[in-house]
Design a protein around this ligand. Sequence first.
Ligand SMILES: C=C(O[C@@H]1C=C(C(=O)O)C=C[C@H]1O)C(=O)O
Ligand SMILES: NC(=O)CC[C@H](N)C(=O)O
Length: 613
Amino acid sequence: APVAVFFSMFSPQTPCCIFQKQNRVTIAQGRIFHLHLLDELPTHAGTLPIHSISMIPYCQIKERGFKAIDGSEPIIALIPETLREMSTAEFLDQIVETPELALVGNLHYNLSDAEYEDVVAQVIEKEIKQGEGSNFLLSRKTSGTLSPAGVPAALTILARFMRNEFGSYMNFCFFDGTTYFVGASPERHLSVFKGEAYLNPISGTLPKAQADFHAALTAFLQDPKEIHELFQVVDEELKMMAKICKRGGEVEGPFLKEMRTLLHTEYLLKGETEMRPLDAFRATMFAPTMIGSPLENACRVICKYERDSRRYYSSAMLILGEDEERAPFLDSAITIRTLEIGADGHFTIQSGGSIVRDSIPKNERIEATTKALGAIKAMRETTATPPILEKTITPLQRRTLMARNDNLSQFWLRKQAHSFEDARLVGKSALIIDNEDDFVYMFAHILEHLGLTVRIEKIAAISLKPEELAEEIIILGPGPGNPENEADERIFRLNRLAENLHVSDKKFMGICFGHQVISRSLGLRLERLDTPLQGVQKEILLFDEKEIVGFYNTFVAVADNPLPSGVCASVSELGEVYALAAPNFRSFQFHPESVLTRNGLEILRGALLELLA
Ligand SMILES: C=C(O[C@@H]1C=C(C(=O)O)C=C[C@H]1O)C(=O)O
Ligand SMILES: NC(=O)CC[C@H](N)C(=O)O
């Protein structure tokens, strides 16, 4: 019988992965290898189109030099020996569910409700309000026990995810011979097909169980917190795209993504990549929606507040192979809404939400709980819940959603097909100081489009004597932290470089943190905003022009001291310095390189022309 076929290939020791994307189910069976580096994954493997399917642990982010609570989990790689494909319907026809599947005893959380809410409150107070970043994803673990355990449970849950979780990017069950990872992942991480790379930032969550769904959706679509939360991850993923797609890309969306119990908002980023898919994957470990921004510092924050290793949560299940034309492909699903089930039926599922400056601890706790309970409920639910969005959304609501793009930078939204090259800037050289925020890659992308040649370096790697730097202009990049915290070597060096630049012949520019250290070196005072502008779009008066710009700061320079002669400041009504201009430098408190700054390219062109042409 067909059922027997599955059960035999899924028999207690046979490693296997079944995954469903849209209407296709792939069943791979093979051998398991435990690896420690991405580069140990085979690049070619016989004649099968899929070369490996791997559970990548979160601590693999060490390969980027980032911090993680390290549980020493290996990459669990399945090297397929057989592959079968069929339609979802055909697969489901052959599955006999186990109706008695049930939870035994209570669910446990590694952090109580109060503890999780406290973590959220602390992250806002001690991180976002101290200039450490704009958003951070903190999670907690839910665990319980299922009965019966083993193959029947895993297949039943997979089938229920397939029947119920219509919004998934991928539903899957990965079995390494002992442990089952069963997931209904809403979110693609990276995929590369025929040289085209895709990232899919999803953020913003509306639980569907609402007394008045129509009103709740309207409020959700207009909620500045949800809007900015998504823009922040778009910016963070554009930083990744700028790294892996040298020739540029484009942004599609926003879209609403309907899941069984939740709605999310999302964008789709795509671009051409020349990188080897696995290198592109390493450069994008892991989705900013799972970590925060800026990414490297967010990894430290996670280590500070989470108690346990994330194991295989929030990383990815990675599929590598070759297409029919023998071009390499890569596909990956983010491992959220994913249960890790042991042979004894004990399972854990981890979940969280993006914490931003205006997050409310209780709501964040409810959101994280809804995500975990949604998966736990779906695994026991035998009847399908039909989607409701298409039937209820109004044209006005659709327009409200699309209007989110009105004030974004067209440079990033549309494919940068034509050149923005400026003859007066072609061949000029810039050194951008990477101050631990990959915004510098977006900055470099804009500068290259204007015709400059660009080098990006960490402050630790360069001389602090401007005359020893070859480039015509030095750009001090944005970064986490308090510019006055000179105990930090990076911050100390950046302050010294800013001072030295003033007494040199070099032209220079500062963005956000860079602007703050330049302001300090002119004797301006910094203030900490109690309502940080982390990930916020505002209309400002920039000198004489109205501009819509993106801010990612907690600190501001205030102009209560007279400025040195020759220096002009663009100042808000509250005395905050938005920008400085002098014959030898320009600096901006906002981010001209952000998708949130509508005319960022033109603002930079203007500043560069003033300085270099
Ligand atoms: C992190 C999770 O979900 C992510 C966080 C979201 C949010 O904060 O709104 C939305 C979708 C996911 O990108 C999770 O399910 O654990
Ligand atoms: N994006 C940035 O450069 C932020 C600068 C500084 N850490 C602040 O929060 O104000």
